[in-house]
Design a protein around this ligand. Structure first.
Ligand code: HMG
Length: 440
């Protein structure tokens, strides 16, 4: 069977950065360790005044198309995943296509365009849609352009403020992909939840602590569903496990839960039993509470074993390297984690061709999806072609006063855009000029 997956990927960060330890913590009167150690974040990315979800998406897609030698005629589908949309009718993909058409001789008149919404998991759902479109044979040899773009901002003084970020990820989905092949197996955990909402408002209403519990519950259900699909989830079978990363501390918790879950009744649990005992079983306890306490104690002991620490260092830690420097990108976050893990592998001469990845996506509201991928032959060239480090290094470091102004601006109010000076200089890129018109 022909393989289908991500042929190429491109990342575009907002051009400003807020240092959480140096700039944000003192202004909040907080210990920097809360952000750097507790949440695991160092820096947040922000868009300058001439950047928004459309320009970041178009700039990522443009670099990707140039790099792969594509023109609009090669693309049969454009899906944009976002939870920062400013239009309830016209999809963001039409704005992005409008930008790109300014620099190509042909156009996207025969491409199917849409917008996907389900909080952060929408990026992966768009990938799934593209995969299904190709598998159904409806693509006529054309490729899908899938973009995840967000300005993940919270209201000032919301606990989520420290986890903000902004950026776009553009992906080409195609047959015989160069980067990763998607597997047909998926597991889902989905339930009607109200821990994180944006009902016609710019900033989310969030119950942060509850959102973490919901994240873990849906991830566990998705693992169970994948196992029901007949997939054997042994921790040693996956080279990397990119998770949706609202902040690395969340992934630290999810990884421990996942490891414990999949080790149950395996050789790993038996080996570890001598050191930390067997996992508690529900039937061994009179109350649910006693069982949960025992599970928590076991998990704490598990994460301190050398076996777990080695697994975490190889499989999880590399996927967090970019997130620590950019914050939460909502729909793009899990796709940034995949890139971070593979980039780390390349930099450390780890050949992952043919290796399995387990990709764990999540969106509030709430749904988790876990699926496996195989690293394709051309992954090294795809990672080498990225300019992520360069983009991160070139960001302008904002003061707290500048942060306050920039935060106020990114509320889709065009009058504000007109009043605020840009902090960086645009160079051969799509920009938002304040009146809804895009130019290069
Ligand atoms: P908070 O309540 O201000 O923070 O905000 P905290 O007091 O819980 O501290 C955070 C961690 O830092 C804790 O670690 C502290 O112990 C530690 P933990 O106990 O959890 O392991 N800490 C320190 N460590 C070292 N030195 C110190 C120190 N001080 C404290 N000095 C919260 C945390 C997550 C609630 C907040 O950031 C928030 O509301 N975030 C937004 C919601 C969110 O990200 N939820 C994650 C799951 S939902 C999700 O991922 C979906 C999402 O991406 C949206 C979508 O799908 O569209 C958000």
């Amino acid at each position: 069977m022909t393989t289908v997956g991500i042929d190429a990927i491109e990342i575009r960060t907002g051009k400003l950065q807020l240092d959480l330890a140096e700039t944000f913590a003192p202004a909040q009167d907080e210990d920097p360790g809360k952000y750097t150690k507790g949440l695991g974040l160092h820096v947040s990315s922000f868009p300058d005044v001439y950047e928004d979800i459309v320009t970041m998406a178009a700039n990522a897609a443009h670099r990707l198309m140039e790099r792969k030698g594509l023109t609009p005629d090669d693309i049969g589908r454009i899906d944009v995943a976002t939870e920062s949309a400013f239009d309830n009718s016209k999809p963001v993909s039409t704005y992005v296509a409008g930008c790109l058409e300014q620099v190509y001789d042909d156009d996207f008149h025969h491409a199917n365009k849409g917008e996907r919404k389900f909080a952060c998991i929408a990026g992966t759902q768009s990938l799934d849609d593209a995969y299904n479109w190709i598998r159904a044979g409806r693509n006529r040899g054309r490729k899908a352009l899938v973009i995840a773009t967000d300005t993940a901002l919270y209201a000032r003084d919301d606990p989520g403020e420290a986890t903000q970020g902004a950026g776009a990820v553009a992906m080409i989905v195609d047959e015989n992909p160069d980067f990763v092949e998607l597997s047909t197996d998926q597991g889902f955990g989905s339930a009607d939840e109200t821990d994180f909402l944006k009902p016609n408002q710019q900033f989310p209403s969030v119950d942060g602590k509850r959102s973490m519990k919901v994240y873990l519950a849906r991830m566990r259900e998705a693992m169970e569903d994948l196992e029901r699909a007949g997939v054997d989830l042994h921790p040693d079978d996956f080279a990397l496990i990119p998770f949706h990363t609202p902040f690395p501390g969340m992934v630290r918790k999810a990884a421990a839960l996942g490891y414990r879950h999949v080790c149950r009744d395996t050789d790993v649990e038996l080996t570890l039993a001598e050191e930390i005992g067997r996992q508690p079983r529900r039937e061994e306890f009179k109350t649910q509470e006693q069982f949960f306490d025992a599970i928590e104690e076991y998990t704490d002991a598990l994460t301190e074993t050398e076996r777990y620490e080695d697994w975490y260092a190889d499989t999880i830690e590399p996927t967090l390297e970019i997130a620590r420097e950019v914050g939460n990108w909502y729909t793009g976050s899990v796709h940034v984690a995949r890139v971070a893990g593979l980039k780390h592998a390349l930099e450390h001469d780890r050949d992952l061709t043919g290796a399995q990845l387990l990709v764990a996506s999540y969106g509030s509201g709430a749904q988790a999806e876990i699926h496996a991928e195989t690293v394709a032959d051309g992954w090294k060239a795809e990672i080498e072609a990225l300019n992520v480090d360069d983009q991160l290094d070139r960001r302008y470091d904002i003061s707290f006063a500048e942060y306050e102004r920039i935060h106020d601006v990114h509320n889709h109010d065009t009058d504000d855009y007109a009043d605020v000076e840009e902090l960086t200089t645009p160079s051969e890129e799509f920009v938002f000029d304040g009146w809804g018109r895009m130019g290069e």
